[in-house]
Design a protein around this ligand. Structure first.
Ligand SMILES: [Zn+2]
Ligand SMILES: [Zn+2]
Length: 270
């Protein structure tokens, strides 16, 4: 059994066959999916909540992605604070910094990030972090970890570094402030040695797996639309790094998920 700790199933890429995609995930042993609630920004912040209301094996997040940070008004932040109190919302995110695409100016991204950490702290929710530096740089990692250590560490609420792509040094800093590290399909890419090196060093009780569907389909599905059933490929790769079976990685990361979020584990899943 597996938990896909991060999927964007609201995406229009799934409009033609969302039901089948979800059914395939269940058949593949995916017992829980976290429906990330960024949507397309303002006006769509309840997209994860809607999915979680429909499927008992889904949970939701809310938040403004760094891409859309520049679109967020005071009213949007108020709305997020309201939505954060809804049932099945287990985390605030994804939030953070994206200096690669830089769809929003960096200072605006940092402001939205800090503001959402304050709101998440009031809502007593852990945060889901998106961090992508500009090419051949660690700029966003430095800023992101610094802001977390400054504004989030004191809350003790922890979080998840989603789709981890950094070096072990950044994973270690996040682990030290109570974070889980989540690996996505790009851990299977031939050039992703840095991700595999980090995945080898992250303790198995601090690790999660995810798809980030519809993005980043793992090998052998690379280039196609990603879907939660493919989380197995990530488990397989992590298993190879730790000399453990795919099932064992599934079991441990599933336990980690339930422990981190203090959620009951289903005994006879799927
Ligand atoms: Zn992301
Ligand atoms: Zn995502």
């Amino acid at each position: 059994m597996f938990v896909d700790s991060h999927a964007h199933l609201d995406g229009k890429q799934f409009d033609p066959d969302r039901e089948q995609v979800i059914a395939r995930a269940r058949e593949a042993g995916v017992e829980t999916i976290v429906a990330i609630g960024n949507g397309d920004g303002p006006g769509t912040f309840d997209c994860g909540i809607q999915l979680a209301a429909k499927y008992d094996f889904m949970y939701a997040t809310v938040g403004i992605h760094p891409h859309e940070a520049k679109l967020a008004s005071d009213a949007d932040f108020d709305e997020l604070a309201q939505l954060a109190t809804r049932p099945k919302v287990i985390a605030w995110g994804e939030i953070g910094l994206d200096y690669f695409y830089e769809h929003s100016p960096r200072d605006v991204q940092r402001q939205a990030f800090v503001r959402q950490m304050q709101l998440a702290s009031r809502a007593k929710l852990p945060i889901v972090i998106h961090c992508r530096p500009s090419n051949n740089s660690e700029d966003a990692w430095e800023d992101c970890l610094h802001l977390i250590e400054q504004h989030w560490q004191p809350t003790g609420l922890g979080g998840i570094l989603h789709c981890f792509t950094g070096t072990w040094a950044y994973a270690k800093r996040a682990l030290d402030v109570g974070f889980m590290i989540s690996f996505a399909g790009n851990v299977t890419f031939p050039k992703a040695q840095q991700i595999r090196d980090a995945a080898k060093q992250v303790p198995l009780d601090r690790m999660l797996i995810e798809t980030d569907s519809p993005y980043l389909a793992p090998i052998p599905h690379r280039g196609k639309r990603n879907e939660p059933a493919f989380v197995k490929e990530t488990a397989q790769q992590i298993g190879e790094l730790h000399a453990l079976s795919l099932e064992e990685i599934g079991r441990r990361t599933t336990e980690n998920f339930h422990r981190f979020f203090s959620l009951p584990q289903k005994c006879n899943s799927v």
